[in-house]
Design a protein around this ligand. Structure first.
Ligand SMILES: O=C(O)CCC(=O)C(=O)O
Ligand SMILES: [Fe+2]
Length: 467
């Protein structure tokens, strides 16, 4: 039950702030965008250049953003008070789905957590101020809504347009190019996201909450109010690095949608949370995040394109920047960094410029589970379709891989039925050196046939080595 004093008034608690950490840590480069310099002329050009340079990390810091720090710190106290003083039963009741698949309110506990009566060690609350207004807010949030809403209003009316304009300029577009995808003419969502990391949150790392295992945010940009507890890391060309703490700054973090909208030229920031530094042990951490998504139809198109790319790349050993991200996510979920030993820095940088790069040979994607596993113990989903549970011979696999590479390059895909035809043709080509493609039941388009013929021709010419 919410803490209430005798006069029925809910009291705001002050979040116990840890002293600044003195730990010596390896930090990412600080790309600082001072909005006071945004003059529409030389100053703006300088900011555009800084943002352009930050594209390797996908993350930069804005200062002189115009939101008074006391408002943001009030927001931190409000979030803390809610998490700290609200009963579990009330929190369970505070969840609402807003119809878009995104949750509103308190993030539902898992059935296990409910059964064991446990409070999640990372708690989350989502707040879409510009949504329909149907959601009933907890009393402490209602009480301070007018003040805290000034933060949302500033994001909505000032910082989103400014960032979208700067990002459009970075990408050589018309100044309103990205903002037109976010304005109020069509439905979209902006979500204030509060997180409470309990003192002992790292003990639950097997639960892999998205916020701390390596991940990218799905929207276009995310604003993160600077946090004096240096747990946030970003993946850079040098590996995982701590995000520097710059007082009163707001971090801007590029999400998947902006990566798609820029054709991979502005890659999403891959980030994660790691344990508290020893001199801040015993404190909790409250994070204040503001997710920005483009219009709903653009989000849908983004997911459609992602699905299409996955279909095209499935079974190939080529990866897009997003797959590279997923690879690092899968490998670094335990806060280790084996990725750097597998893929070199140049490859990573190329993927960050929108190129397809070869995946490490020994790894295979599992698109359904959104993970990547070592090939030895991987069941490749394409192999399943092709072999219908027969084990796949090495030589067949070699040919299929070559075919798949060509498919990725030429953007040709086969459906499940067509794959069976393809397999028949390839098996015959391998076993009898017969290269006829037209003898089979078919179902292939001309482009597919041509592609297949070329791969088979290479096979005959032994440019594909069959061991
Ligand atoms: O806790 C933080 O600083 C960031 C959390 C985060 O990455 C997220 O909520 O997506
Ligand atoms: Fe995130």
């Amino acid at each position: 039950m919410a803490f209430q004093s005798s006069d029925n008034e809910i009291k705001l608690l002050e979040f116990p702030r840890a002293p600044l950490s003195q730990s010596k840590l390896e930090y990412a480069e600080s790309f600082i965008v001072d909005l006071n310099l945004d003059d529409g002329a030389k100053g703006t050009e300088k900011l555009v250049e800084t943002i352009r340079r930050s594209a390797t990390d996908g993350l930069f810091h804005i200062v002189n953003h115009g939101i008074p720090s006391n408002l943001l710190e009030l927001q931190r106290d409000v979030a803390y008070t809610y998490f700290k003083t609200t009963s579990l039963d009330q929190k369970d009741a505070d969840t609402t789905k807003n119809g878009s698949g995104l949750f509103e309110g308190y993030k539902l506990r898992t059935p296990d957590e409910k059964e064991d009566g446990l409070t999640p060690t990372i708690e989350e609350y989502n707040y879409d101020y510009y949504a329909t207004g149907k959601v009933v807010r907890p009393p402490i949030m209602e009480k301070f809504e007018d003040e805290v809403a000034k933060v949302y209003q500033h994001y909505h009316h000032v910082l989103i347009p400014k960032m979208m304009r700067l990002l459009s300029l970075v990408c050589g577009r018309e100044p309103d190019h990205f903002y037109k995808m976010h304005d109020s003419s069509l439905p979209n969502s902006e979500i204030a996201h509060y997180l409470r990391y309990h003192v002992n949150w790292e003990r639950d790392t097997d639960k892999k909450r998205a916020s701390y295992a390596g991940h990218t945010d799905i929207g276009s940009v995310t604003f993160l109010y600077c946090n004096p507890m240096p747990c946030l890391q970003v993946y850079t060309a040098k590996g995982w690095r701590y995000v520097p703490y710059i007082e009163n700054s707001i971090i801007v973090n590029i999400g998947d949608c902006l990566e798609s909208l820029t054709g991979g030229k502005f890659p999403a920031a891959l980030h994660r949370l790691v344990k508290f530094s020893p001199d801040q042990a015993g404190f909790e951490r409250i994070a204040l995040v503001y997710f920005v998504h483009p219009h709903d139809n653009i989000i849908r198109e983004h997911f459609r394109l992602e699905q299409e790319r996955r279909t095209t790349l499935a079974g190939t050993n080529m990866m897009s920047g997003q797959e590279v991200n997923r690879l690092i996510m899968a490998l670094s979920a335990d806060n280790e960094d084996p990725y750097a030993q597998i893929v070199d820095e140049q490859m990573w940088l190329r993927s960050k410029k929108g190129e397809l790069v070869p995946a490490p040979e020994e790894l295979a994607f599992d698109y359904d589970a959104r993970t990547i596993r070592r090939r030895a113990d991987a069941e490749n989903p394409m192999m399943e379709v092709l072999t219908q549970s027969q084990p796949f011979k090495d030589e067949q696999w070699r040919v299929i891989q070559s075919l798949a590479r060509e498919m990725a390059r030429e953007k040709v895909a086969f459906d499940d039925v067509q794959w069976k035809t393809v397999l028949e043709i390839l098996n015959r080509a391998i076993d009898t050196e017969s290269l006829q493609t037209h003898e089979t039941a078919g179902g292939l388009t001309q482009a597919q046939e041509l592609l297949l013929e070329r791969v088979i021709h290479d096979l005959k010419a032994k440019t594909i080595e069959v061991p």
